[in-house]
Design a protein around this ligand. Structure first.
Ligand code: FUB
Length: 340
């Protein structure tokens, strides 16, 4: 069901085609896009940003999102459809507030929406909701995924049909509160020279609703094979884990948070370790930077967001896309949000 056309159209042309590096939809604010090809169509699972009176703070309380809406495109050049609400916080029995960056996966014709939300104790957990349609509506499980914590779940389906769940985010994402296997309100970050807090990975169980194993660290290494350190905030993991595979190599990309970049590292296993390679996307307008990378008909696309439409309001972002290219060694050529 279509409820909006792509408003990024050029008024001088009779077209509704989306343009690279321009907001895909302008009727609502959208962020944190996780893009997938399901049934030969492109589906984008974004956060749905909303206005709030909450003042910006380091916990991210101003990201007060309350529902999800899925975007879809018949092809990379087609109009963008904003679908009706896919999941509302009022229909998630365990959730208290803040529906943050989601992702989705398909298995045997069932679609699974993975999302973070604070529970009624105000601790971030990961939830799952099911649908028989990629755009929803989704029905949430009554409880969060057992043993889940922190934010930004993303699911990578490997070529052998194993599904891996990645997650984690520091500062407002609370990963720093879980250094000893349980939530601790009092904590210290590692010292600047110590290994940084690493993102997490676990195989998903066959039912797609729980982890099949205890989450382990995704090790991000520097060029010498040493863990990236906490003080290296231009390269250390902050949030927004995403995995894709290109020519047999696994690419782990992520946001560096307070240095505002999408960086990436490569490895030979979905568990890592991954060695730092460089930047995919330079800082955008707005504080956060969050993305996904998707292959479609032999080309590769970066989906991301910025706050240009809201004139820089950090919590009011818009999803965009751009093509990315690899060099002969498989290095991703960094892009900026600048429109050529
Ligand atoms: O959208 C809320 C949060 O901001 C996401 O979960 C983070 O990745 C950041 O984009």
């Amino acid at each position: 069901e279509t409820i909006s056309k792509n408003p990024a159209e050029d008024k001088n042309q009779q077209t509704t085609k989306p343009k690279f590096k321009q907001a895909l939809v302008t009727d609502i604010y959208t962020a944190d896009p996780s893009a997938h090809v399901f049934n030969n169509k492109i589906y984008i699972y974004p956060s749905h940003d909303v206005e709030t009176d909450i003042k910006p703070n380091h916990h991210g309380d101003h990201f007060a999102m309350r529902d999800y809406k899925v975007l879809s495109m018949d092809s990379i050049n087609s109009e963008v459809i904003t679908h009706p609400t896919a999941l509302d916080i009022n229909d998630i029995p365990w959730a208290g507030r803040q529906l943050w960056a989601p992702d989705a996966a398909e298995k045997n014709g069932q679609y699974y929406l993975y999302f973070p939300a604070r529970d009624k104790q105000d601790i971030f957990r990961l939830g799952v909701a099911k649908s028989d349609k990629p755009e929803g509506p989704f029905v949430a499980e009554p409880n969060p995924m057992p043993g889940s914590y922190s934010i930004d779940p993303s699911v990578y389906k490997d070529s052998d049909n194993t599904y891996y769940l990645y997650f984690g985010g520091i500062w407002g994402g609370q990963l720093q509160n879980w250094q000893n296997g349980k939530f601790e309100a009092e904590f210290s970050y590692p010292a600047d020279k110590e290994p940084a807090l690493m993102p997490k990975v676990a195989k998903l169980a066959g039912n797609m609703l729980e982890m099949a194993e205890k989450p382990r660290d995704v090790m991000l290494l520097d060029e010498s094979g040493e863990p990236i350190t906490q003080g290296d905030n231009h390269r250390r993991f902050f949030e927004a884990a995403w995995v894709h595979k290109y020519k047999g190599t696994y690419y782990f990309s992520y946001s560096t948070g307070d240095t505002h970049k999408i960086a990436y590292a490569t490895g030979s296993s979905p568990y890592g370790p991954f060695t730092y390679q460089g930047v995919v996307l330079e800082p955008v307008i707005g504080w956060t930077n969050h993305h996904s990378i998707m292959e479609y008909q032999g080309k590769w696309y970066l989906f991301y967001h910025d706050s240009s439409l809201s004139k820089g309001q950090t919590h009011l972002r818009s999803v965009k896309m751009a093509e990315i290219k690899y060099d002969a060694q498989g290095k991703i050529q960094a892009i900026t949000d600048f429109v050529e």
